[in-house]
Write a protein that binds this ligand. Structure first.
Ligand code: AMP
Length: 280
């Protein structure tokens, strides 16, 4: 497995692979890899000849300096995992390599910027758009793999590819969970043992609302059930809990079984921001 730290190296590798007629699958990550990331790599490997994974904790997508500082960085262990998943190349640049100058370009992803992740993380999707656009231009893959755990991010990246004609396909992948339902996340390792044991309540809250809607509850009632659940769990602080239309991400008032609905949440536990969603 190759380990590249410069743009020139990975670009050169990608060009050679493409000249030889092989397909490239790309998995962008911020490292501290877990089985959720590795599933993306495995899917990419099953659908392409060559897989490139990037590991870059992108400063321009963090709206919180403390979160950026505390973000886990485990390059050696990440490379071990990637090697076992038959990844062909890792691109792990420094912030200086990626940002010789701070980009002045600014995106506007419309209503994606005003709801949920867009609303609570100001500038986050602009940073995502910048780094993903840069990485697509550097790596030039045929397909790129993203997790549905970051549901709005998938929509943002699809928009970027469409609006700027990146000639590549976005492949959304299922959320990988721990056995208790907790969505795998690099941030989970910041939880204490006790916090980790309680964190499944974030997923449980999505299921509580889903069940209520399926039983005919209104959206208001379903949300009230979730609030009631967390009344006994003061260690959680819900940032948002939204029931939205899957296509538009606009909050709904009435559940329509003929349309896809997404339940999305961000919830703080021990100062760690946990996000999750289900689509049904
Ligand atoms: P991150 O390193 O958190 O930026 O994530 C890199 C990619 O892995 C993104 O496309 C995420 O959506 C995806 N990802 C993170 N956690 C999971 C998970 N539990 N299941 C599936 N994909 C995930």
């Amino acid at each position: 497995m190759h380990l590249f730290s410069t743009i020139a190296e990975v670009r050169n590798f990608s060009e050679k692979v493409k000249v030889s007629g092989k397909s490239i699958g790309f998995v962008p990550t911020m490292g501290a890899l877990h089985d959720g990331h590795i599933e993306l790599v495995k899917k990419a490997k099953a659908e392409n000849v060559v897989v490139i994974c990037s590991i870059f904790v992108n400063p321009t997508q963090f709206d919180n300096a403390e979160d950026l500082k505390k973000y886990p960085r485990t390059l050696e262990a990440d490379c071990e995992l990637l090697r076992s998943a038959n990844c062909d190349a890792v691109f792990a640049p420094s912030a200086e390599e990626m940002y010789e100058e701070m980009p002045r370009l600014a995106f506007d992803f419309g209503n994606l910027e005003t709801v949920m992740e867009g609303k609570f993380r100001k500038g986050h999707f602009n940073g995502v758009g910048i780094v993903v656009g840069k990485l697509f231009n550097i790596v030039s893959p045929h397909k790129a793999y993203f997790g549905k755990k970051d549901l709005q991010q998938v929509a943002v990246v699809k928009r970027l590819v469409k609006d700027l004609n990146f000639g590549l396909e976005i492949i959304p992948c299922e959320t990988i969970r721990e056995t208790d339902g907790l969505a795998m996340s690099s941030r989970n390792r910041r939880l204490s043992t006790q916090g980790r044991e309680q964190a499944f309540n974030v997923y449980l809250s999505l299921k509580i609302a889903q069940e209520a809607l399926k039983m005919g509850s209104t959206v208001v009632h379903a949300k009230a059930e979730v609030e009631r659940h967390f009344k006994n769990l003061p260690q959680f602080a819900i940032e948002y809990f939204e029931i939205v239309d899957f296509e538009t991400f606009e909050p709904i008032t009435l559940f329509n079984p003929d349309r896809q609905t997404a339940i999305c949440t961000a919830n703080y536990l021990e100062g760690v921001r946990l996000i999750d969603n289900i689509v049904f």
